[in-house]
Design a protein around this ligand. Structure first.
Ligand code: SF4
Length: 351
């Protein structure tokens, strides 16, 4: 749906619709179609007069997302490649957690915040494709509502961990998260919405001023500066001591815990020195470490760490008082890593 239209407050929408000569109650109907039903076409607003639908569509051309590829993993994960109104492609992932009776206990959606990404992380398929444009708030919310409709289940958690660096698209991302959180919209608890950043310090500072308790995750991947600079070259200008200082300020202000994402790569960032430096980095911070299994990306020179290393890291972190967990890989049988599915589709379409 059109980004400018969904950003209107109820009062703004009402003023606009009344200025066109329609009664006030029509705006409530339109607002509900947009925010409660996440309607993607004016034609579907069946209780709204045709003349008003016509006026809306002329003023706010439709900007909907279309599914161009959908793959379902053995574990139930669904990965979508979505075509935006201007032809750009993005990826979204729906990850259900099933109860023993096979009903869905929790549905998490991983959304993209940009088309492509400028951060050029060495281990990431999206990083190799470069940046095209920011997603709008509408495109962010639509990713969630589309997955919700596809599973016919309420989305309980959102993670902004797909393609893109959300803090380089701060305003649209924040507007979208506030809509997802709103009681008259998707009504997803703020503590069930996680933003993952490479460590853009300005974004961390801005997030600490937001009243909602969104969760902050930092893609750390190395606590040794030289290693991190190689893996994540575009944040090399934001040093680890400066990041730690910003996190201290964030925690002091919000009293919220920060998560560190750490992708374990064999012989790259999984030595004893890497482990001890990570422990030192975490020291004094209210934090949690998420060790991530690696999905091998075609053409990338990185391999997952051995099971033995992973279990050694888990035990050592716990022994040294650092809360840690090992995240399970989801959907690895269907082009698991961020950007892989979209890249496969693009190469299929262009070959
Ligand atoms: S890992 Fe995230 S921030 Fe880094 S290049 Fe990939 S999409 Fe961008």
């Amino acid at each position: 749906m059109n980004n400018e239209l969904i950003k209107l407050t109820p009062a703004e929408l009402s003023n606009l619709i009344e200025s066109w000569g329609f009664p006030k109650f029509r705006s409530k109907q339109v607002y509900e179609w947009l925010h409660k039903h996440h309607c993607t076409s004016f034609d579907a607003m069946t209780n709204v007069p045709k003349a008003l639908r016509q006026r809306l569509s002329e003023t706010f051309p439709e900007q909907s997302l279309a599914v161009v590829d959908r793959q379902v993993s053995e574990d139930g994960t669904r990965k979508y490649v979505l075509r935006l109104h201007d032809g750009c492609l993005v990826e979204t992932v729906g990850m259900p957690l099933y109860r023993s009776d096979e009903s869905i206990e929790r549905l998490t959606v991983c959304i993209s915040s940009q088309v492509g990404c400028a951060m050029a992380c060495a281990f990431c398929a999206t990083g190799r494709e470069g940046y095209s444009r920011n997603l709008t708030a509408s495109e962010l919310v639509q990713q969630v509502s589309l997955v919700q409709q596809d599973f016919a289940t309420r989305v309980s958690n959102v993670v902004v961990m797909g393609q893109g660096e959300p803090f380089l698209n701060y305003d649209e991302v924040m507007q979208a998260l506030k809509m997802m959180n709103a009681a008259d919209d998707l009504h997803i608890g703020a503590r069930h919405i996680t933003l993952s950043t490479c460590g853009i310090i300005e974004g961390i500072q801005r997030l600490s001023d937001e009243p909602e308790q969104f969760i902050l995750a930092i893609s750390l991947h190395a606590a040794i500066q030289e290693t991190r600079d190689v893996l994540m070259p575009r944040v090399a200008n934001q040093s680890l001591p400066a990041l730690k200082e910003a996190l201290h300020r964030y925690i002091e202000k919000t009293h919220r815990r920060v998560s560190f994402e750490y992708l374990l790569m064999a012989d790259v960032n999984d030595s004893e020195e890497d482990l001890q430096t990570l422990v030192n980095f975490c020291h004094g911070l209210l934090c949690h470490v998420n060790l991530l299994p690696m999905n091998a990306v075609e053409g990338a020179p990185f391999q997952p760490s051995s099971n033995r290393t992973v279990s050694h890291w888990m035990k050592s972190l716990e022994r040294q008082g650092i809360e840690a967990s090992m995240r399970k890989s989801r959907g690895s049988d269907i082009a698991g890593a961020c950007g892989q599915l979209k890249n496969q589709l693009v190469s299929r379409e262009t070959s």
